[in-house]
Write a protein that binds this ligand. Structure first.
Ligand code: F6R
Length: 606
């Protein structure tokens, strides 16, 4: 989940490495560091916290080497201190690492017995000492690294440089992504193509188990059995995806506001607006023959999957098994061959989602991936890719990726329903029409946010907040709670409204805001009864609904008036107010909205 970069350049590389790391900060921002080779010697600068701290450090103590590696960290092993910050190094070798070396304890014990002295609490430091150990036995850097790689278990992407080697860098990939960038007399390594976009658009993705030996003008790639292999180079479109905040205060706010356009763009890929029907790619999947669907994902993407479960079961009449990926992959779920498995991921790199995918693949499932990053590992390993066209999402809290995932999944539900004959052409038209009206409804939610600023003031006083929803809107309650807790640090939980009285109601008093996601659909009256139960205990209710506030039948702290839309599309529409409420609460509380503490955008560790 960290970001790594390497540059074999023709001038001092530290500034370019910082530039690349800035685009990787979404992967972690606990600390940052750079090492270069200067006059044959390794030297490094590291700083705790955000990249700007490292930049300040480099201003007073520059690094001048023409070959260098850089790292932005999301701490796994060891506190986020400067000592634990990458690059790690000895006098011979310096390494940056993304992933987890699972057997590091055993390796560390062996190396310590041989006299190696460890300075950090990290797993990564064993890589440095392993290579150093091999070099001390007289082996050259490439052979020493090859032998060390053979001893590592776990997940890693590595970039490695060596003292005395001004024209050599080694990269390795197992379980964590790594891209090679080919420049004009320069060569690059990066966790993704976006990091390298200012330098080159010619990219080679290393495959699982690959490692590579690079100079400024050459790259040799080897597979896990150390056989020389060819991997294709592609033209990356990442440079066109470079983004800034525009006039918005935060990326998150910009991304919330992009939703009408992004939803419309994504829907355009899956529906024929004029004909009023879905135009689903064939995917090599016989949708008419689908009798069971499995969905797995993490976090916000998982909640998109839960909404899809309601949709697919209701409209396509197919049972859907769904679980969070970190549970699914270990549950030994029995799967009849030929089933459809759907994996939802913005980054396409989430380790648990990827492993759940591989489990399903091994068990004969057809794999469909709903991903935002089309070059990602999950996309590459799927049988069929269903892209969300959200563009790069920079804010760590997912917003536009979520609604574009829902857009794709809504079309998938219709497509399966049509193929199986559980909905007819008229129903398809009705649902497609509802989807095409959605961007307009979402846009109306974004005209005036002053109301949320006032409400945020109230919510910010709370220690706990409950979110309630029913049916297909229950996942939106969970998503609302996740958004609030991750960026404002207020404890929040999402519950199925009917479940309230089975425990959570004990929490209710006049200090607990209860956010009720309740469109006026056929379940509205049931949710109103649950609101009465909250009101009777003094809870402060915020009702998000298209129903007039009088229908609540109790005193409200606030009513977020929603446009009237088709019940099918309500989960997409009601996602917007819960995003805005979380955003404005976090802004009011002064947290780091785009980079909340302890989180990272891409979770490539288990
Ligand atoms: C929350 C959030 C996370 C991600 C989760 C999965 O706002 O962004 O919960 O949804 O880490 O990430 P992806 O979609 O990249 O697999």
């Amino acid at each position: 989940m960290c970001g790594i970069v390497g540059i074999l350049g023709t001038k001092p590389v530290a500034i370019d490495i910082v530039d690349a790391l800035r685009r990787l900060e979404y992967r972690g921002y606990d600390s940052a560091g750079i090492a270069t080779v200067e006059n044959g010697l390794l030297d490094r600068r590291r700083a705790e916290g955000k990249l700007r701290n490292l930049e300040t450090r480099l201003m007073s103590e520059p690094l001048k080497g023409h070959v260098g590696i850089g790292h932005t960290r999301w701490a796994t092993h060891g506190r986020p201190t400067e000592v634990n910050a990458h690059p790690h190094m000895t006098d011979k070798v310096s390494v940056v690492h993304n992933g987890i070396i699972e057997n590091y304890r055993d390796l560390k014990e062996d190396l310590t017995a041989k006299g190696h002295i460890f300075q950090t609490e990290t797993d990564t430091e064993v890589v440095v000492h392993l290579i150093t150990d091999e070099m001390r036995q007289g082996r050259k850097p490439v052979e020493a690294t090859q032998r060390a790689l053979g001893m590592l278990r776990g997940a890693f992407a590595l970039a490695i440089i060596f003292a005395g080697e001004d024209n050599l860098m080694i990269g390795a990939r197992q379980g964590s992504p790594l891209a090679i960038g080919h420049g004009q007399g320069e060569m690059y390594l990066g966790s993704d193509a976006i990091a390298l976009a200012p330098f080159t658009d010619t990219i080679t993705y290393l495959e699982e188990g690959d490692w590579c030996v690079m100079t400024r003008t050459s790259v040799q790639i080897f597979d896990r059995d150390n056989r020389a292999v060819e991997r294709p180079s592609i033209k990356s479109v990442a440079s066109s995806l470079l983004v800034d905040k525009g006039n918005y205060r935060h990326f998150m706010l910009k991304e919330i506001h992009e939703q009408p356009e992004v939803i419309s763009h994504t829907l355009g890929n899956y529906i024929d607006m004029a004909a009023g029907c879905v135009k689903f790619p064939s995917m090599g999947i016989d949708l008419a023959g689908v009798t069971r669907v499995t969905i797995s994902a993490c976090g916000t993407a998982y909640y998109a999957g839960v909404v899809a479960k309601y949709w697919i079961e209701k409209y396509a009449r197919v049972p859907v098994e769904i679980d969070i990926a970190s549970e699914f992959r270990y549950r030994e779920v029995p799967l009849a061959p030929g089933g459809l498995s759907v994996f939802v991921s913005q980054s396409g790199e989430t380790a648990d989602t990827l492993e759940a995918l591989r489990y399903c693949k091994r068990n004969g499932q057809i794999i469909a991936a709903v991903v935002n990053v089309r070059t990602s590992t999950i996309a590459r390993e799927a049988n069929a890719v269903l892209p969300t066209l959200a563009g790069p999402e920079i804010g760590v809290a997912s917003t536009k990726a979520f609604t574009s995932q829902l857009s794709v999944l809504a079309c998938l539900a219709i497509a399966i329903g049509r193929a199986r004959g559980t909905i007819d052409a008229a129903k398809e038209q009705e649902l497609v029409k509802a989807l095409t009206e959605l961007p307009r409804h979402v846009a109306t939610m974004l005209h005036d946010e002053s109301f949320y600023e006032g409400l945020a003031h109230e919510i910010s006083k709370a220690r706990d907040v409950l979110y309630l929803g029913r049916g297909v809107n229950y996942p939106i309650a969970m998503e609302g709670a996740l958004k609030l807790k991750e960026i404002s640090y207020i404890h929040a939980e999402g519950y199925a409204a009917g479940e309230l009285k089975h425990g959570p109601i004990a929490l209710i008093d006049e200090n607990v805001p209860v956010i009720v996601v309740a469109p006026e659909d056929d379940l509205f009256d049931k949710t109103v009864s649950n609101m009465q139960e909250v009101a009777a205990r003094g809870g402060q209710i915020v009702l998000i609904s298209d129903a007039p506030k009088e229908k609540a039948g109790c005193r409200l702290l606030a009513h977020i008036k929603m446009p009237k839309a088709h019940p099918f599309t309500n989960p997409l529409l009601y996602a917007v107010p819960v995003q805005l409420l979380a955003y404005h609460t976090a802004v009011f509380m002064g947290t780091d909205v785009d980079q909340p503490r302890n989180l990272a955008k891409s979770v490539t560790v288990e």
